[in-house]
Design a protein around this ligand. Structure first.
Ligand code: NAP
Ligand code: MG
Length: 488
C-alpha cells in the first residue's frame, strides 16, 4: 500500500456527519425592488430576473432589472442627498452612521452569512468567518477615519468628490460592497452601488440595514441589474467617480468610456498571482498556504495564488503532498460547516473553467483532479492541480478564476522573480522561505500590489489592496483607500 492509499483508507474510516447550517434564518422575500432614495421601488420597466442558488440551481428570489431611467433616478437621489445632507454633515456624524452599520452587520451576521452562501455557493465557514466579519470590520475601520480626515495625509480639510458610482463582482458580494461604500461614505461622498447579477441578495439585505441605521435617504442607492445597468452608471453625466471591481476586459471598456469625461476612476481587476516556494520553507505550513491560496472561495479570488512556483530541489515532494492534500478537500453542500470547497458561482463561470483547463491538457501539462464525488445538480468543479506547466501555457498566463492550480519550477531566486513577473497582471504574490533576507530580496523585485510572506490571502481593513499593470490602479483599504474618494 502506498502512502497515498494509506492516507485515503484512514480517511475513509473517519467519515464526517453532515453539519448543515439551517437556511431558515435567511428570510428572503420572493422579490426585491431597487433601493433608491431610502426606499425599495419597482424598476420602471417592471422587469425582474432570478438569482439562483448555484449549488442546486433553485431560484432564491427575483430582483429588479434597473434601466438607464432607474440609474438616473438613483443618481438624482444621490446628488440631492449629497447637496442637501451628506456634504453638510460633520465627520463625527458620518462616523456615527458607519459605526451603526457595522454593528447591524454584526447583529445580522448569521443571516448574512447564510444568504451569501446561498446566493454565491461559497462554504458557510468562509462567509461566516471571513466575508461577513471583514465587511463589518471595514465599516468600523472607516468610521474611525471619518472625523480624522485632516490627519490622513492629504492636507487640511480634504474634500469629497460628490456622487460615486460603484460596480462590484460576484466573488465576495457583501465584502466588496463594504470595500466600496465604507471609505466613500467616510470621505463624505454619496453612492450608487450596482451588485453583480448572480449575487445581489446580500447587498439588498444591506439596504435594509441602511434603513435600520437611519442613514439619510439617497446617501446610498443600490440598483440591481446586468452589465447594461453598470454601463448606464458609468455613462451617467452626473457621476463624479467610478469605482469598479471585476474583469480586466470590462475594466478596459470602462476606462475608455470615462476617458473623455472629468470622472475619477479606480479599477480593481484580474490577476494571476505567483506563490513562490523556496526549498527552506516549512513544508506543512506552506502546503496549507498553497491550498488556501488557490482553493479559498473555489479560486474565485482575483489575488488567488494560481501559479505555484516551486524550487526544483523540493518540487517532487511538494507536488506529492499537495496532491494528497487536494484529495482530502471536502467538496459539496456549501451550507455544511465541514465543506472546504463549495459550488462554482454560475454556469457561465463553470464553462470558462472547463474551457481553460481543457487547454491545460491539450498543451501537455499533467493533470491531477480530486476523485471527490460531485453533486448531480448545481455547478461543480473538482479541485485540480496541473504539473509540468511551462510559462507559455494558457493555464500559466490566463486567469482561470476557479479551483485550478498551475505548478511551475525554478532553480534560483532570480529565475523565480523573472517567472513571477512574467505576466500581464500584478495584483498579489506570496513568498515562502525561512530566510527573511531572501524574502525581502524577492519582495523588492516582484511587480505586484500585495506581497504576502509565509502566508496567503490575508485581508485586513487597515492594509491597502490593489494592483499594478492590467490588475488595475487605485487602492482599497487602509488610509490609502480614502484617497480614491477625496479630491486630492
Ligand atoms: P465582470 O464581468 O467584469 O463584472 C463585474 C461587474 O461589472 C458586474 O457587476 C457586472 O455586471 C458589471 N458589468 C458587466 N459589464 C459591464 C459594462 N459594460 N459596464 C459596466 N459594468 C459592467 O467580472 P465578473 O465576472 O463579475 O468577476 C470576475 C472578474 O473580476 C475576475 O476577472 C476577477 O479577477 C475580477 N475581480 C477582481 C477583483 C479585484 O479586487 N481586483 C476582485 C474580484 C474580482 P453583471 O454581474 O451583470 O455581469
Ligand atoms: Mg446567485
Amino acid at each position: 500500500m502506498t502512502e497515498h492509499d494509506l492516507a485515503n483508507s484512514q480517511l475513509g474510516s473517519l467519515s464526517y456527519d453532515p453539519a448543515p447550517e439551517s437556511a431558515s434564518i435567511a428570510h428572503l422575500r420572493p422579490s426585491y425592488g431597487l433601493f433608491i432614495d431610502g426606499a425599495f421601488t419597482e424598476a420602471s420597466s417592471h422587469e425582474q430576473f432570478a438569482t439562483l442558488n448555484p449549488s442546486n440551481e433553485t431560484t432564491l428570489a427575483t430582483v429588479a432589472q434597473a434601466s438607464s431611467a432607474d440609474v438616473d433616478r438613483a443618481v438624482v437621489a444621490a446628488r440631492r442627498a449629497y447637496d442637501t445632507v451628506w456634504s453638510k454633515t460633520t465627520g463625527a456624524q458620518r462616523a456615527k452612521y458607519l459605526f451603526r452599520i457595522a454593528r447591524l452587520i454584526q447583529e445580522r451576521a448569521r443571516e448574512l452569512a447564510v444568504v451569501e452562501t446561498l446566493d454565491n455557493g461559497k462554504p458557510i465557514r468562509e462567509s461566516r468567518d471571513i466575508d461577513i466579519p471583514l465587511a463589518a470590520a471595514h465599516f468600523f475601520y472607516y468610521a474611525g477615519w471619518a472625523d480624522k480626515l485632516d490627519h490622513a495625509g492629504f492636507g487640511a480639510d480634504p474634500q469629497p468628490l460628490g456622487v460615486a458610482g460603484q460596480i462590484i463582482p460576484w466573488n465576495f458580494p457583501l465584502l466588496m460592497a463594504a470595500w466600496k461604500l465604507a471609505p466613500a461614505l467616510a470621505a463624505g461622498n454619496t453612492c450608487v452601488l450596482k451588485p453583480a447579477e448572480t449575487t445581489p441578495l446580500s447587498a439588498l439585505i444591506l439596504a435594509e440595514i441602511l434603513q435600520q441605521a437611519e442613514l439619510p435617504a439617497g446617501v446610498v442607492n443600490i440598483i440591481t441589474g446586468d452589465g447594461s445597468t453598470g454601463a448606464a452608471l458609468v455613462d451617467h453625466p452626473d457621476v463624479d467617480k467610478i469605482a469598479f471591481t471585476g474583469s480586466t476586459d470590462v475594466g478596459r471598456l470602462i476606462q475608455q468610456r470615462v476617458a473623455s469625461s472629468p470622472k475619477r476612476l479606480t479599477l480593481e481587476l484580474g490577476g494571476k498571482g505567483a506563490n513562490i516556494v523556496f526549498e527552506d520553507a516549512p513544508i506543512d505550513e506552506m502546503i496549507e498556504g498553497i491550498i488556501d491560496g488557490i482553493f479559498f472561495n473555489q479560486g474565485h479570488v482575483c489575488c488567488a495564488g494560481s501559479r505555484l512556483l516551486v524550487q526544483e530541489s523540493v518540487a517532487d515532494e511538494v507536488l506529492r503532498r499537495l496532491v494528497r492534500r487536494v484529495e482530502q478537500l471536502r467538496v459539496g453542500d456549501p451550507l455544511d460547516k465541514n465543506t472546504d470547497v463549495g459550488a462554482i458561482n454560475s454556469a457561465a463561470q463553470l464553462e470558462r473553467i472547463k474551457e481553460l483547463t481543457a487547454f491545460g491538457e491539450s498543451e501537455g501539462a499533467t493533470r491531477y483532479t480530486s476523485s471527490c464525488a460531485l453533486p448531480e445538480t448545481g455547478y461543480w468543479f473538482a479541485p485540480t492541480v496541473f504539473a509540468d506547466v511551462s510559462q507559455s501555457h494558457r493555464i500559466a498566463r490566463e486567469e482561470i478564476f476557479g479551483p485550478v492550480l498551475s505548478v511551475l519550477t525554478f532553480r534560483t531566486p532570480e529565475e523565480a522573480v523573472a517567472k513571477a513577473n512574467n505576466t500581464k497582471y500584478g495584483l498579489a504574490c506570496g513568498v515562502w522561505s525561512e530566510k527573511g533576507s531572501r524574502t525581502l530580496w524577492v519582495a523588492e523585485r516582484l511587480r505586484a500590489g500585495v506581497i504576502w510572506a509565509n502566508t496567503y490571502n490575508r485581508f485586513d481593513p487597515t492594509s491597502p489592496f490593489g494592483g499594478v499593470r492590467e490588475s488595475g490602479f487605485g487602492r482599497e483599504g487602509g488610509r490609502h483607500g480614502l484617497e480614491a474618494y477625496l479630491d486630492v
